[in-house]
Design a protein around this ligand. Structure first.
Ligand SMILES: [Zn+2]
Length: 116
């Protein structure tokens, strides 16, 4: 019998990065920070240390020319779009640039197609 099992995310994964307090885990705060200097724009995804609550910034955009950024992306940054947070965390370029990994423990469920 053919069965399709689906791994479905239930919430955002934890972010593995070492905090100065020694904790290896942070969680997405759900917010971005956007800073404009003239025509250049920086954007960060904010994460909070699981242990001490310290805020850290993951670089999303660095000195990007405002005119080169799609308006829809700017809107999503300003709206703290949770879908965008999920997309960026799953982007290997973003993870490599920020030297972080993801911890999906407790952030997914296995959908076996059986009625629950
Ligand atoms: Zn900490």
């Amino acid at each position: 019998m053919l069965q399709t099992w689906v791994v479905a995310p239930t919430c955002l994964p934890h972010v593995l990065r070492r905090c100065p307090c020694g904790s290896p885990r942070s969680r997405p705060s759900g917010a971005f920070r956007v800073n404009a200097h003239h025509k250049l724009l920086d954007a960060w995804l904010l994460v909070l240390c699981d242990s001490c609550g310290r805020t850290a910034k993951l670089t999303v955009l660095e000195r990007a020319n405002v005119r080169s950024i799609p308006a829809v992306l700017l809107d999503r940054l300003h709206a703290n779009d949770v879908g965008l947070i999920a997309e960026l965390l799953q982007d290997p370029v973003v993870r490599r640039r920020n030297r972080v990994a993801l911890d999906w423990a407790g952030a997914w469920r296995l959908d076996t197609g059986d009625p629950a």
